[in-house]
Design a protein around this ligand. Structure first.
Ligand SMILES: NC(=O)c1ccc[n+]([C@@H]2O[C@H](COP(=O)([O-])OP(=O)(O)OC[C@H]3O[C@@H](n4cnc5c(N)ncnc54)[C@H](O)[C@@H]3O)[C@@H](O)[C@H]2O)c1
Ligand SMILES: [Zn+2]
Length: 343
């Protein structure tokens, strides 16, 4: 069993690479274990966990509401869950976000862990302690930063994942390569095919390098004031594209990474040859590099983003593949970058 540790101010997480059922048998002995999962995950994996108490939420982004959190609180009250209990979110990022937020706030915090079942949740959403829900149309507006006790990574969950979900998760893996880890980027250039075919060894390398990069960043900056902002590479433009186009998160972030890499090249940080390598890798994975969305709409969505008020914005830009910097730019400067990837 391979274990990595994330040590942050608010707590620590053990990232455990193991088999889900074997792992469940090790936590069954605890006072009370409650699983939170979604309808799809229950449908596919219910037989692995049906002897445990469980609360089932809707599948997907629509579950990220205060109402879902309230339902979990009601259940926790009804079943007299307390600080000696353990809540485990089994599902994608929507499940981990809702579960982590409910567990972090109930009785000012009860122990929780995750068994992420999508690639995006394994490499990103379940790691780092940020959890929350959407509010009045604003994404992740209400939330907490508190580390889960564990994240159980079992690659066999990915076998049932639709291919667009797998690609969406790969966008976050590529992001880590571009902004933090040149070796990972080169590995992805060479090995994207076996990874997409879920070859255990290639997947293990890509996922563990991505998690390890995120662990090191969050260990230095848990609350997103400095180093952690690097993980937002591709997301300033990407989130706006996601909002306007409705494309999946990773697909939007892929286009965002192209726009922001082009901005880095325009500013003279990143050679254009490296921008083209990033675009080639995204295409090889099957991710889009351009969007049919109107650049005016995307720019408007960026300017309306509640998290980036004012004329300037801090943005993570690659100065070379594997090395990102945080740079303050005028929002206006995003115009050309957005126009290069949108209509
Ligand atoms: N907290 C963070 O730091 C952080 C970071 C990145 C993303 N997120 C959040 O994560 C969410 C996106 O995560 P996601 O892409 O995992 O979405 P998701 O949880 O909505 O899952 C996507 C779909 O896949 C299904 N699914 C889950 N596991 C499956 C499996 N093994 N096989 C088949 N289907 C499966 C789900 O039921 C759902 O329909 C967003 O809400 C985003 O805001 C949070
Ligand atoms: Zn993301």
């Amino acid at each position: 069993m391979n274990v990595m540790k994330l040590q942050a101010k608010s707590g620590s997480t053990k990232v455990i690479f193991s088999d889900f059922e074997r792992f469940l048998s090790t936590i069954r002995g605890r006072a009370k274990v409650l699983l939170v999962t979604d309808e799809n995950v229950l449908w596919i994996y219910g037989d692995k966990m049906n002897d445990l108490d469980m609360i089932v939420i809707e599948a997907g982004e629509s579950a990220k509401t205060l109402r879902s959190v309230e339902r979990i609180y009601e259940y926790l009250l009804e079943y007299s869950v307390d600080r000696s209990s353990m809540i485990v979110g089994v599902g994608g990022g929507a499940v981990s976000d809702v579960t982590g937020f409910a567990a972090s706030t109930f009785m000012r915090g009860i122990p929780f862990g995750f068994a992420p079942t999508t690639l995006l949740a394994q490499v990103d959403a379940s790691i780092g302690g940020k959890n929350g829900v959407n509010f009045r149309g604003f994404k992740n507006m209400i939330g907490t930063v508190r580390q889960p006790e564990f994240c159980l990574i079992d690659f066999s969950f990915l076998k049932t994942l639709p291919s667009d979900q797998l690609m969406s998760g790969m966008a976050e893996v590529i992001k880590c390569g571009v902004i933090l880890n040149n070796k990972l980027f080169e590995y992805l250039e060479e090995n994207h095919s076996p990874i997409l075919s879920l070859d255990d060894q290639s997947l293990a390398y890509a996922v563990s390098e991505t998690i390890s990069a995120k662990i090191s960043v969050v260990g230095k900056d848990e609350t997103d004031n400095g180093e952690r902002m690097k993980l937002n590479f591709g997301h300033t433009v990407g989130h706006a594209i996601e909002k306007v186009s409705g494309l999946p998160h990773g697909h939007s972030i892929a286009i965002g990474m192209v726009a922001e890499s082009r901005l880095a090249a325009r500013k003279g940080f990143l050679p254009i040859a490296e921008v083209l390598r990033i675009e080639e890798l995204l295409k090889a994975i099957g991710l889009p590099t351009r969007s049919g969305t109107s650049s005016t709409d995307v720019l408007e969505a960026i300017s309306k983003d509640k998290k980036s008020s004012g004329d300037s914005i801090n943005i993570a830009l690659p100065e070379k593949i594997g090395n990102g910097i945080i740079y303050k730019i005028k929002k206006q400067e995003l115009k050309y970058a957005v126009q290069e990837v949108c209509k």
